[in-house]
Design a protein around this ligand. Sequence first.
Ligand code: SDX
Length: 431
Amino acid sequence: MSKEAKLELEGKVYPLPTIEGSEGEKAMDISSLRANTGYITLDDGYGNTGSCISKITFIDGEKGILRYRGIPIEELAEKSTFIETAYLIIYGDLPTRAQLRKFSDLFTEYQFLHEDMKYHFESFPMGAHPMAILSAMINATSCFDEELMNWRWGKSNQFDVYAAKLISQVRTIAAYAYRKSRGLPLIYPKKAYKYTANFLHMMFSTPYEDFELKPEVVKALDLIFLLHADHEQNCSTSTVRMVASSQANLFASAAAGVCALWGPLHGGANQAVIEMLVEIHREGDDGSKFIAAAKDKNSGRRLMGFGHRVYKNYDPRAKIIKKACDEVLAKLRVSDPLLDIAKHLEEAALRDSYFVERKLYPNVDFYSGIIMRSLGIPVEMFPVIFAIGRMPGWIANYKEIMEDAKNRIARPRQIYAGRTLNHYVPLEERK
Ligand code: SDX
């Protein structure tokens, strides 16, 4: 079977080379399309457009498969930790004991922010959204690190340090943003605590007493981070790659990723799901009113946490989180009416032809907020938790671009539909 596609255009036939990935995904390479035909392609929302060849994460949306470097998310969720999985995603293999030790030691070494960054936190008003603070402070971090500010690819072997610094400090920045928003004193990280425990410590300890780090709480949050660690070319990761393609530094690219992730159609959905469930609960609706609104295009409502551009089956992460919801709430002896509403919504939607025909299933955001609520994390911090989890994926994608000798700056074309040739009209002649 010819591995070449043929495009017939205005009486001419143009060969298009094709590419097949390791899991059988196929693409037509249109890199020379415009030079050969004068045509470009147009693809609203890039639903049919591959931006890169990547070796990090594989998703089969039809089958509901997600693998990090070939390892199924179900196995990692059951057997791994967030930091071990972060190493796998960034460096391509599960770490040896020594590699994991070295990786963790870097987090301890770089977990403090430059002390002067404290004054930046003071400048944010109470109630500032922590995603705005997170993006601003990730960028600000590079202002306190001259080498990072002047980073030129290939001229610095500091990538591993910057990667560890970003993973470690995003946690510190997030916790400080939360404390600042509540007018609470900043809590410094502790050398003795591992990654996720230290984050909970910085979030919830007081100057007089350390937060009680219940193993089930630490494990549940670590699982949430792990499940968010990467997801191929989603909106925010594509943003990170776009910024990285100009050879901006790693922190600038990650700060841009935070902004893209914040939107309610993307990482902001976990916050929007809880706000939706609280509204349904407050109105005493059993969910059927809301589902009717979500199906009505004019209502401006969507069933948040449902649907996905790639998954046309159950998001495997949602399955894992739903199961963890029951386990964590039982262990913490928490009963949350929002969980019952969420389960009822899911059952009703999956029986409703509107959702079934459009293959709309729960995604990662549908149940994640309920676990985070049970851990005492405030709803405005939910997208921040997503950003902390996604940091290894952004770093791995940045590294892939940085190590690609053929990398070109990302610069899409457009089809212009505005006015044709026009001329300046002096002010006095304008009507
Ligand atoms: C994440 O890309 C990733 O990998 C993202 C992510 C990651 O890990 O990085 O998985 C994380 O962002 C998960 C998605 C979180 N967002 C939400 O839960 C918000 C609610 N979902 C939707 O807005 C929507 O489903 C998207 C944004 C997730 C996907 O949008 P698409 O692919 O552009 O689909 P679409 O808007 O074209 O919808 C197709 C149809 C439309 O109806 P018709 O015009 O065909 O009649 O399905 C309908 C939509 O109206 N639809 C919904 C719906 N989602 C889609 N209708 C009601 N409720 C919904 N949630």
